[in-house]
Design a protein around this ligand. Structure first.
Ligand SMILES: [Zn+2]
Length: 179
């Protein structure tokens, strides 16, 4: 993962402009932290990040676990979560939506959810992407996008922790509220 970091940062600069990248420690928990200013160290104990600051880039590393984006339709706030089997069981998507609605005062139906590539049945026995969508729906979000892409089925495009038995890189998922 450390070897991929310069590569990730370069790619990010090309794709999103030179914004400050903020990452989370990622402990397979359900803590979602609010980040509104640049910082160097990953946010300790967190698996999800919320921001209302334009121009700041949130980053989450994944390789089978799902990256989950929750974004206000007007582009004023967003969350990026790391949600694998454990984090999903602990309800990290529910927690991300709770924090966003409290912090912005907007109802849940003003947000949309995107579930990124992750490992899915039959490559994995637990359908956590389905549970992520359920948590979003139960919280009141109506726009939920999931293209159903499985990381383990697509070796040409994605790292898969399980397929490679742990000896793999990570993808960097990012979210930037456009200034
Ligand atoms: Zn698969």
């Amino acid at each position: 993962m450390a070897r991929l970091e310069p590569f990730h940062r370069n790619l990010l600069r090309t794709a999103a402009g030179d914004h400050h990248l903020v990452t989370a420690e990622q402990v397979h928990g359900s803590v979602v932290a609010i980040v509104n200013s640049p910082r160097e160290e990953p946010v300790s104990g967190a698996d999800g990040l919320v921001t209302m600051t334009r121009g700041l880039t949130l980053g989450i590393y994944v390789a089978d676990c799902a990256p989950v984006w929750i974004v206000a339709r007007d582009g004023s706030a967003g969350a990026l979560l790391h949600s694998g089997k454990k984090g999903t069981e602990l309800g990290i998507t529910r927690e991300g939506i709770r924090i966003l609605t409290v912090e912005t005062g907007k109802p849940a139906d003003e947000f949309e959810v995107v579930i990124g590539p992750c490992i899915r049945p039959p490559c994995y026995e637990v359908d956590f992407s389905k549970e992520i969508a359920r948590q979003a729906r139960d919280a009141g979000i109506r726009q939920i996008h999931d293209e159903g892409v499985c990381t383990a089925c697509n070796p040409e495009h994605y790292y898969s922790y399980r397929r490679e038995k742990g000896l793999t890189g990570r993808m960097l998922a990012t979210l930037t509220l456009i200034p």
